[in-house]
Structures are given as structure tokens and as C-alpha cells.
Write a protein that binds this ligand. Structure first.
Ligand code: ZN
Ligand code: ZN
Length: 209
């Protein structure tokens, strides 16, 4: 076994542990991350290079967990950004050098993978095994890109905290919106993903003596 194969197996094992099952997404996500990190010159993403790395994932699917597992990047650390594009792609950015590589899973790799092991009856199981061994160039398109990260999107302390003039909740990281002389949070300005049915807690607190 080559060193790269051992690395791959170890990273896949780790990723499966975190994700909860082995699936084609884990294999693709691990391979995608190994390729991306190599291309931007990151050797030790969870150790000495941990502050030099940011990753943009374009899907919230199985592979996203694998990218998190291999890179150590996460939403909570602000080193992972979720771009809701519905694409099996991720961009790996070296914050020190500015080099950014976008890796996109090729559509034709799906069919190729299914045909690779005709002796495996379950075609998804065959596809998963194929993803382990297919060369990078059959699996992925790789492009060099430029990514500009705004200061308010970087890890570190929030640059600003303001209060929404409508709901009175606080907003940080400059996500507020100014409209007609008012400072609003996104949900008040644009309509949020939730609607308040009943502000129970506010009522309960108000009733306390
Ligand atoms: Zn999965
Ligand atoms: Zn608000």
C-alpha cells in the first residue's frame, strides 16, 4: 500500500465515524478534500496549518461531513462557508497564499463508476468501490479560482453587534440591513424562515413580579 492509500483509508475511517455510515458521499468528500488540500499546499489542516485554511462547500449532503472531517473546517469555527448551490463541489482556500482551488465532481463519473464493477450486484455498492480507485481526473474537474473573503466573514471576534429596531434582537458580524433609516435583522427586513406564532417566553417573563 502506498502512503497515499494509507492516508485515504485512515481519513475515510475517521469520516465514516463522524458521519455515521459509509456512503459514496464519504468517499467523494474525502477524495475531494485530499485533492483540494494538496493543490493549495496544505499538509496539516488540523495541526500547524489549521489557521491557514478556509473551505466553501456548495452542498449540504453526505460529502459535506467528509469535507469537515478531513479539513477540520467547520461552520462554528467560521472556516467552513456553506454556499447553498446544490452542487457537488467545494473550494479550498489557502488564507496565507491566497491560492484557491475549486473541485467539482464530474457528472460522467457517476455512470463510469456504476459500470466499473459489473460483478457487484448492488450498483451503488459498486459505485462506492469505484470512487475509491478511480483517478482524480475521472472523478473531478479542478479549477483555480479567486476568492475574496470579507473581513466580517473571517474567524475571530465579531466586528460589530447591533440591535434590530423591529424585533430588538441583536445581530452580529454586520448581517444587519439598513432600511428607511432603521437597522433591521434579516428576518425582519426580508422575511425569515420562521414566523412567530406566539411569543410564549416573553409573555411568561412579563408576568413575573
Ligand atoms: Zn452518507
Ligand atoms: Zn429583527
Amino acid at each position: 500500500m502506498t502512503e497515499a492509500t494509507i492516508d485515504f483509508k485512515r481519513l475515510l475511517d475517521e469520516s465514516v465515524q463522524i458521519h455515521g455510515h459509509l456512503c459514496a458521499g464519504q468517499v467523494l468528500g474525502v477524495r475531494m478534500s485530499m485533492l483540494g488540500l494538496r493543490e493549495i499546499g496544505i499538509e496539516d489542516p488540523k495541526g500547524k496549518d489549521r489557521k491557514s485554511l478556509m473551505v466553501f462547500v456548495e452542498m449540504d449532503r453526505c460529502a459535506t461531513d467528509a469535507v469537515q472531517s478531513v479539513t477540520g473546517c467547520s461552520l462554528g469555527k467560521r472556516s467552513m462557508k456553506f454556499m447553498d448551490y446544490g452542487k457537488m463541489a467545494a473550494t479550498f482556500l489557502n488564507l496565507k497564499t491566497g491560492k484557491a482551488i475549486r473541485v467539482f465532481a464530474r457528472e460522467d463519473s457517476r455512470e463510469k463508476a456504476k459500470e466499473r464493477f459489473p460483478e457487484i450486484e448492488n450498483k451503488y455498492a459498486g459505485q462506492l468501490e469505484a470512487y475509491k480507485i478511480m483517478p482524480d481526473e475521472e472523478l473531478f474537474d479542478v479549477m483555480e479560482v479567486t476568492v475574496t473573503v470579507a473581513p466580517q466573514d473571517m474567524p475571530g471576534r465579531p466586528m460589530r453587534r447591533v440591535q434590530c429596531d423591529s424585533c430588538r434582537e441583536h445581530v452580529q458580524d454586520m448581517r444587519e440591513i439598513s432600511r428607511d433609516g432603521k437597522v433591521l435583522c434579516v428576518s425582519c427586513a426580508e422575511g425569515g424562515y420562521y414566523e412567530v406564532k406566539e411569543p410564549f417566553l416573553a409573555v411568561r417573563y412579563a408576568e413575573k413580579p
